[in-house]
Structures are given as structure tokens and as C-alpha cells.
Design a protein around this ligand. Structure first.
Ligand code: CMP
Length: 136
């Protein structure tokens, strides 16, 4: 089915000049960009976006990283886009992510892993409403 997903091209990707490379992979796959914006996450948005992780030990450094510079937020649309994008992004830990995925090709970290993508229909709805309320 036709779906939407929220992608964040994280501050490490912006800093490293990988935004074009990452967006290009989504475009070549045939996905549609519905909206895209350069934003800087503030503390409140980080806590809401990562609500399921706020109590985890890795959250404080994750929050520092995610609020530490501009990122690119976008909504992608297409057939089964949630799974399709998670496959393009790869496993969380860049050291273990498969070659050919964004993380597998460009990240050596399980925190600075270049991109976030919604993991289910429910989280996509929640995250799109948080970042782009005009689309909800
Ligand atoms: P993301 O897909 O944005 O969802 C949660 C983020 O937390 C994840 O990508 C990583 O950036 C980070 N993360 C998840 N697990 C760990 C971990 N064990 N150590 C450090 N960071 C993590």
C-alpha cells in the first residue's frame, strides 16, 4: 500500500556533506519527496521524537548529538515506503549494517548513523505529526 515515512538526515550527515548522496539514493529508488526542510532539533522536540528512548542510557549523548547541528527532515511517500526506507538505511549500528545500505556504506557508529526512519505505520503517523503538522 501507499505509505508515508519520516526521515531525518542527521547532523553527522550534514556535517560530512552526505545529504545529497543520501537523498539521491531515495530518489533513485523511486520514492517521492513530499516535504523537506533544514531544521535544528531543540531539547523539547528531541524528547518527544525519541519518547521511547528518553530513559535509556544512550539517550543523553544521543540528544546532545541530535540537537548539535542542523539536520534535514523529510517525508517520503511510495509503495511500502516504511519498509523500503528502513532497508535502504540499514541496521542501527553502522559497523554491522549491510554493505549497500546508507549506514553500511558510510557509518562506523551506532549513534552517529546518518539517518533516522520511522519503523512502523503508527510511528510514521506520530513522527510526521510532530515534524510536519500541516501534513497530518
Ligand atoms: P534512530 O533510528 O534515530 O533511533 C534511535 C537512535 O538512538 C538510533 O537511531 C541511534 O542513533 C541511537 N542508538 C540506538 N541504540 C544505541 C546504542 N546502543 N548506543 C548509542 N546510540 C544508540
Amino acid at each position: 500500500p501507499e505509505e508515508r515515512t519520516l526521515v531525518l538526515i542527521k547532523p553527522d550527515a550534514v556535517r560530512r556533506g552526505l545529504v545529497g548522496e543520501i537523498i539521491s539514493r531515495f530518489e533513485r529508488k523511486g520514492l517521492r519527496i513530499e516535504v523537506m526542510d533544514v531544521r535544528t532539533m531543540d531539547a523539547a522536540l528531541a524528547d518527544e521524537h525519541y519518547a521511547e528512548h528518553v530513559d535509556k542510557p544512550f539517550y543523553p549523548p544521543l540528544k546532545t548529538f541530535m540537537t548539535g547541528g542542523p539536520l534535514v527532515a523529510l517525508v517520503l511517500a511510495g509503495d511500502q515506503v516504511i519498509d523500503v526506507v528502513r532497508n535502504l538505511v540499514g541496521a542501527t549500528d553502522g559497523r554491522r549494517a549491510a554493505a549497500g545500505t546508507i549506514r553500511g556504506d558510510f557509518s562506523l557508529s551506532n549513534r552517529e548513523n546518518l539517518a533516522h526512519a520511522s519503523d512502523s505505520v503508527d510511528s510514521a503517523k506520530r513522527e510526521i505529526a510532530l515534524w510536519f503538522p500541516e501534513l497530518a
